[in-house]
Structures are given as structure tokens and as C-alpha cells.
Design a protein around this ligand. Structure first.
Ligand code: HEM
Length: 85
């Protein structure tokens, strides 16, 4: 599958003004489709989590033309996800 960077950039620009709403619906959909992952977020501040999701998506979309920066940011991140319930 070829990545259509222009379409991704354009659609992300449309989402940006409603980024918080978008992030909220992301987690609504996730929890509806996979209720089993809910416990992973039991102790998470969801207001902050929504901001983190948005920030990471901004980083990805702003660097779609810069795969080196994306690789660095992904390899530099470690996600420690442990069930809390
Ligand atoms: C587009 C998809 C996703 C993006 C961009 C994303 C991004 C992030 C970011 C930036 C963080 C914060 C990391 C930090 O605080 O350093 C995070 C945390 C987390 N993500 Fe995701 N995520 C995505 C999908 C998912 C999915 C599908 C799950 C389902 C299991 C998930 C589970 C978690 C959990 C449980 C944490 C909290 C970890 C903790 O602080 O204990 N994420 N995610």
C-alpha cells in the first residue's frame, strides 16, 4: 500500500481544530471495540492522555516526509504498558 501523504496531511488539517473531540472519540471507539484494554487506562489521566495522543499524531503527520525523524522518535520511545486491574 502506498502512503498518500498529501491526503493524510489534508485530512489531518481538517481534524486539528477538533483534535480533542477526535482524541475522545478515538478512546470511545477503542473501549467499545476492545473493552478488555480498559483496565490498562484505569490509573491514567484521560485529559492528559488525549493530549499525548494528539501530540504524537502531530509529530507523525508533520514528519511524514522525514522518515528519519520518525524512526528516531519511534526508536527513542519505550511504552511500558502494564495491566493495573
Ligand atoms: C494511533 C494509535 C496510538 C497512538 C498514537 C498512541 C500514543 C500513545 C502515547 C503518546 C502515549 C503516552 C506515552 C507516554 O506517556 O510516554 C500512550 C500511552 C498509552 N497507550 Fe497508546 N497510542 C495508540 C494506540 C493505543 C492502543 C490501541 C492502545 C490499547 C491497548 C494503547 C494503550 C496505551 C496505554 C495503556 C498507555 C498508557 C501507558 C502508561 O502511561 O502506563 N495505545 N499512547
Amino acid at each position: 500500500m502506498t502512503l498518500n501523504i498529501e491526503i493524510l496531511e489534508q485530512s489531518f488539517e481538517k481534524i486539528k481544530p477538533r483534535a480533542n473531540e477526535f482524541a475522545a472519540s478515538f478512546y470511545d471507539n477503542l473501549f467499545q471495540a476492545h473493552p478488555e484494554v480498559k483496565p490498562l487506562f484505569a490509573n491514567i489521566d484521560m485529559v492528559n492522555q488525549r493530549k499525548k495522543l494528539i501530540n504524537s499524531l502531530v509529530l507523525v503527520v508533520e514528519n511524514l516526509r522525514n522518515s528519519e525523524a520518525l524512526e528516531l522518535s519511534v526508536s527513542g520511545q519505550q511504552f511500558f504498558i502494564s495491566p493495573t486491574a
